[in-house]
Design a protein around this ligand. Structure first.
Ligand SMILES: Cc1cc2nc3c(=O)[nH]c(=O)nc-3n(C[C@H](O)[C@H](O)[C@H](O)COP(=O)(O)O)c2cc1C
Length: 182
């Protein structure tokens, strides 16, 4: 496209507690500040859109008990050709990524495993640390996550609410997505 600022970018996401949506909203802000037209949609609702009308696609998903939402791999399998035909990117959100040595697509175990398990190879990928919000979790989930945090030396106070996300890293990713050359 001759005028990159006229590009339309689609950001699709899967979330359980809403934090991935907040990351998408920040990406949208960054991309709009660069003049792009950005649509953010839940993966579950993306099928109703004319996907071919977008110049770039970004997909984001969070981890829950070791896995991304199943809809993520399903969507990729259904739209592989489309994803491969334009500059596209993927990001994963999880708590393990709060550790600097597990914060890249190559070093984060979930992202690595996921990218190996699908046939689509995104042009760009990223991993962002998510949010811990013990008070909002159900009892069993809270105890499970506290146990994982105890083992991995994270916060275990049941009242803790901690946002580990590096927003500067999110913003940098937004700029990088705009810069992927076709
Ligand atoms: C029930 C539950 C299970 C989780 N399991 C994992 C996990 O296995 N590994 C991990 O790194 N993070 C795990 N997390 C952390 C989430 O990935 C993190 O809170 C993220 O911000 C959630 O994003 P979302 O609100 O978009 O779903 C878990 C969180 C919850 C509530």
């Amino acid at each position: 496209m001759s005028d990159p600022a006229a590009e339309r970018i689609l950001i699709v996401y899967a979330t359980t507690d809403g934090h991935t949506r907040r990351i998408c909203d920040r990406l949208k802000q960054v991309m709009e500040s660069m003049g792009r037209q950005v649509t953010v949609a839940l993966l579950a609702e993306a099928e109703t859109l004319d996907l071919h009308g977008f110049d770039r696609v970004v997909m984001g998903a969070s981890i829950r008990y070791g896995r991304h939402q199943p809809i993520v791999a399903e969507f990729i399998a259904r739209h592989q050709a489309l994803l491969e035909s334009r500059p596209s990117a993927f990001f994963s959100v999880n708590i393990v990524a709060r550790k600097p040595n597990k914060s890249t697509p190559e070093t984060n175990p979930y992202c690595r495993k996921f990218l190996k398990s699908i046939r689509w190879q995104p042009r760009l990928s990223a991993v962002f640390a998510g949010k811990l919000d013990y008070p909002s979790y159900r009892f069993v989930d809270r105890q499970m996550i506290r146990l994982i945090m105890l083992i991995t030396k994270g916060p275990t106070d049941p009242k803790a609410v901690v946002e580990f996300t590096d927003w500067a890293k999110v913003e940098a990713f937004g700029r990088q997505v705009c810069g992927i050359t076709a």
